[in-house]
Structure formats: C-alpha cells, structure tokens
Design a protein around this ligand. Structure first.
Ligand SMILES: Cc1ncc(COP(=O)(O)O)c(C=O)c1O
Length: 445
C-alpha cells in the first residue's frame, strides 16, 4: 500500500494495537474511515456519516480544509523542520503572537507541545519551576478533580480523575495529588447551560488547603467544562470561587482548555466565556484543526518573567521541551487555522448556532433510553439509561448510531456530541434525526 492508498482495506488488522479501543471487538467488526470532507465521513462500506464529534473534538472547521492543506504543503516544501532547541524560525513567533491575541488577561507567553497530554505535563512542570523561582520549592501538591480527563502521560493521568484511566497505573502516578469532588449533582437533571446549584463544590479546594497545608499546594487544575467525562458544565460561580481560593493561598490556577479552546463555548476560550482568568492554560486539538499534532501552554507574563529572572544569562531557563515543539508543519497549519477563525468569524458563528444545537439535543429528552442531557455552546452530553452493567451503554449506542449514519465519541454511559463549527442548521437537524434513530435502535436491541 503506498501512502496515497491508505484509505484502502488493509491486508491485516492484527499488528496495529489501537489506542482506547476494544481491539477484539473492532477487529471482528471494523469501522474504517476512508474519506472525510466538510462535516461528513465515509466508511469502508461506502456509507456517508455526519461527524457529530468533530473527530475527537479536533476538526471543528470541517474536514479537508484546502487552506490548511495548502499551507502545510507549502511549508513542507520551503522549510520542513527546524530544531526547536536553541534555534528557531519566524513562524513560531508569529503564531505565538496570534495565539496571545486570543488568550485571556496577560496569558501572553506561549510554550508549544505535541498534544493535550504534553501540554498538561508542561503546565505541571512550568508551575513547579515558577514556585522554585519564587523560593517556594515546597509547593509540590497538585489538586485535580474527580471525573477529569487531562490526557494519558503520567502527569496528566495523575491529575485526571477517571477510574479506568488510573487504576491500572496507580503504582507509577505522581505523588501528592489530591482530588476535589466533581460538580455533577443529582439535581442537575436536564440542565441546559450552567447549573444554578453546586457552587459550594469549590469549597473542596479550601478543605484540601486545610488538610494538606495550602503552602504545599502548587496548583489546582480543572477543565472549565469537563469534556471527556460527559460534558459537566460548571455551576454558576464555581470557577470564580476556585479563582478566589487560589488567590488567597498563592496557588496557581490551571485551566485545561484542550477541548473548550478555540471556540467550543462561543468565546475563544471558556475562560472568557465564564469570566474567570486562570494563571496557566492548555490548548491542543482545534489549534491545527486536528490535522497535525500540536498543543500549547499559555502562561501569565509574571510566571514567565519569574522563571526567566531566576536564571543567569546564557543558561537554559526551563529544562523542558520536545523534538516537535512548534515545528514548521504544525505552525503552518495553526496559522492557517487562525486565518480561518478570523475570516469566518467562527466564535460568533458558534454563539449563534449554540441555541439551535441545544434545542435539538434537548428535544431527545423524550426518548425512553435517555437518562440525562447537559450542554453548553456546541458541546453536549447525553447519559443513557443502563440496560446492563454500567459503562457499556455509550459504546453500544455508539454502534447503533454509527449504523444510523452519525459519528460521535462515547464515554462510559454517555454520548458526547460536539458538532463542527461550520455546521448549518440542516446539518444540526441531520445530527439530531440520526441520533434519534440510533438511540431508538439501541433501545430495541
Ligand atoms: C481536557 C483534555 N486535556 C487533555 C487531553 C489530552 O489530549 P491529547 O489526547 O491530545 O494528548 C484531552 C483529550 O481529550 C482533553 O480532553
């Protein structure tokens, strides 16, 4: 098979160990994608499906964007690689400038990573380096939250809070991590937007400060909307309260905006949408519209300055980085994305389409298999009622929906719907109609 033939049916499925996949199930009944254009995917049965999760939340500008492909192709011809340590090229500086125009407050210093996980790992290291630079090296604890997903390297797994992701690896996780409770309360049934109850869950951070000593706590990390666990929208006032507690105790507040970054809520970042500015913020996924790997960490100028000032001139200030930190091909894709975001006024588009999307999603409430629905911006979670063991309904329902012609991400018993920002009303209608068919067929099984 030549590189141009990668959409063909492979000779063998056995050698590839697939990530986060039921390999045995998949290899018996494969779901191969052979093409993608706009909001549609084509599978190996020749069937067209609507992509209701923007890939893995990463292609919100649509599949097969010519502008991005051309920028990447041109970049590869002109300058294919630059080593990112002690050397640079113009594009990465220009991209950092463009990113920092969109970040909240003065989170204007941008460190490039390879993906969301490495962005979280980098954020953890930057926080530690910052506290050391300020003479507070005793701050080693990180506070995460139950039901959080921050990625899969050791740092990100440690601060994450999804049981299946941590239980096998407990012996190698970071020491000193404590988790707050998640914010999903029993009365958050079919709540559209931010729940009005639950602000008090932020007091868990204050309790952790009392139990472990706030002077030992380096940072608190949360996803503004917990995405992969099933779209848990923060209660009103919750993020603001976390901010206050962090300020009171000198704790760094990290927002993991790997899903919410670049427009998913209707603002560039959820931080702006909810009016709370963190000290450090991660992003990835939509940064390149998912076509080449890239993540980034945006930090407050004071944090950058403190780390710079703590090192003598000529020394490397932060002993951290990746071979693929801000390489030309990723930068070219990300710059093309910045152009599209501006030219097509994408954040405004999301804001305008959000209520139509949420109307459609909440119309599924009448289906007997649906237990709960949540949503904000262009992101929604649908909890399925259990038919058998917990944790199976999402994937089983994913399969009947795939048959019905709609693709999304399932986690546990939840369907996560994150349409592309380029969706028109007719696409939203198609997503809802196919979800209705797929969910109904799942219930009949
Ligand atoms: C909030 C959040 N952080 C981090 C990650 C990890 O990103 P990646 O898979 O690119 O490493 C994800 C992935 O879904 C995520 O949702």
């Amino acid at each position: 098979m030549s590189p141009a033939d990668t959409s063909k049916i492979p000779n063998s499925l056995q050698e590839h160990w697939m990530p986060f996949t039921s390999n045995k199930d998949f290899k018996e009944n494969p779901r191969l994608i052979t093409g993608a254009k706009g909001v549609y995917l084509k599978n190996h049965h020749g069937k067209t499906m609507i992509d209701a999760s923007s890939g893995l939340f990463c292609n919100p500008l649509g599949h097969g964007r010519k502008e991005i492909a051309e920028a990447v192709a041109k970049q590869l011809e002109q300058l294919d690689y630059v080593q990112p340590f002690q050397q640079g090229f113009g594009g990465s500086f220009e991209l950092a400038r463009r990113i920092s125009k969109n970040t909240p407050g003065n989170l204007n210093r941008i460190f490039y990573t390879i993906c969301g996980s490495s962005a979280v790992e980098t954020a953890i290291k930057i926080v530690i380096a910052y506290h050391k630079a300020k003479g507070q090296g005793q701050r080693f604890r990180f506070v995460g939250r139950e039901r959080a997903y921050h990625g899969m390297n050791i740092g990100a797994t440690s601060v994450g809070g999804m049981i299946n992701n941590v239980k096998t690896f407990a012996s190698v996780l970071m020491p000193g991590v404590v988790h707050m409770r998640h914010t999903h309360l029993p009365d958050h049934k079919f709540v559209r937007g931010q729940p009005t109850s639950g602000v008090e869950m932020a007091e868990d951070l204050e309790r952790i400060c009392m139990n472990f000593g706030s002077e030992n706590i380096a940072a608190c990390i949360v996803e503004p909307i917990a995405g992969s666990t099933g779209v848990l929208v923060p209660p009103k006032g919750y993020l603001k309260r976390l901010r206050e507690i962090c300020d009171k105790h000198g704790i760094v507040l990290i927002f993991d905006e790997v899903i919410t970054g670049w427009g998913r809520t209707g603002s560039a970042f959820a931080s702006q949408e909810f009016g709370v500015i963190p000290d450090v913020m991660t992003m990835a996924k939509a940064t390149t519209n998912g076509v080449v790997p890239m993540g980034a960490v945006a930090v407050k100028e004071e944090i950058y300055d403190a780390v710079m000032d703590a090192s003598p001139k000529g020394a490397v200030e932060l002993f951290h980085g990746y071979t693929y930190s801000g390489i030309p091909v990723s930068v070219a894709a990300a710059l093309a994305v910045q152009d599209i975001l501006e030219k097509e006024n994408i954040f405004k588009k999301v804001k305008e389409m959000s209520s139509y999307f949420l109307d459609g999603i909440f119309s599924l409430k009448d289906l007997s298999g649906v237990d709960n629905i949540r949503g904000y911006g262009m992101l929604a979670g649908i909890d399925m009622k259990l038919k058998e063991k917990p944790g199976r309904a999402g994937f089983e329902c994913f399969k009947t929906c795939y048959e019905a012609g709609v693709n999304f991400k399932a986690t546990g018993d939840c369907l996560i719907i994150a349409p592309q920002f380029i969706c028109e009303k007719k696409h939203i209608d198609e997503i809802i109609e196919k979800l209705r068919t797929g969910i109904s067929n799942y219930m009949k099984k």
